[in-house]
Design a binder for this molecule. Sequence first.
Ligand code: FES
Length: 109
Amino acid sequence: MPRITFVQPDGTRHTIDAESGRTGMDAARGLGIPGLRGECGGQCLCSTCHCYVDEQWLGRLPPRHPEEENLIDFVWEPREASRLTCQLVITDAMDGLVLHVPEYQIGGP
Ligand code: FES
């Protein structure tokens, strides 16, 4: 089972066992990882599941699909490393993946 680490803006790390075939958002929400509200339930409509892929993983994940790409244009502080974790389906090859939770998503409305 791939292990995924979510890093909070204050540096706190949460490493979880994420079942292959689930999305990063589902895995995180199921374990109460702060900052990933996933308000649209994974429909690629809200962007409250936004994370930044650690630089060591840039270029190693499947590319964004067009709907994800479009919504990332509207997130706060989009970066090359931005991903919507509801659109990121976990595979065994992602063992060790590190995702950074954006500061603006902590303590939001
Ligand atoms: S949960 Fe809404 S876009 Fe990912």
